[in-house]
Design a protein. Structure first.
Length: 118
């Protein structure tokens, strides 16, 4: 499934749109792996906008950003925000509560496997 990601970089006066296709599944049937893939693809799109010549396959950690699932038109959108800017993907035809729960599980799983050194 291909869908748009609106990207706004801090310091820019305009947003750009990129199309991404991280999963072939219908959003109503996304697994936690699909949801993680969507988040990674959104973060990579944001990085591509900031660093067009960057490494497309560099590792991505699901931390260091804020996220929300918001109602929009006939569905919901996923919005990510971090210091470099923001990305909004969708809309998706899936209940807000279900997508929020899936992203929460994915983020908690990432946190549980990430070693923090202070």
């Amino acid at each position: 499934m291909k869908f748009p990601v609106e990207i706004w970089l801090r310091g820019d006066n305009h947003a750009t749109t990129q199309m991404i296709a991280p999963s072939n599944a219908n959003p109503r049937t996304w697994t936690d792996g699909d949801v993680a893939g969507v988040l990674v693809a959104m973060l990579r799109a944001l990085d591509r906008a900031k660093n067009p010549a960057g490494d497309e396959e560099k590792p991505v950690a699901l931390r260091g950003f804020s996220w929300i699932v918001n109602p929009f038109e006939d569905g919901v959108v996923i919005a990510l925000e971090m210091s470099m800017g923001a990305a909004v993907a969708g809309p998706f035809d899936v209940p807000e509560r279900e997508l929020t729960a899936a992203i929460t599980r994915v983020m908690n799983a990432e946190r549980a496997t990430t070693q923090t050194v202070h």
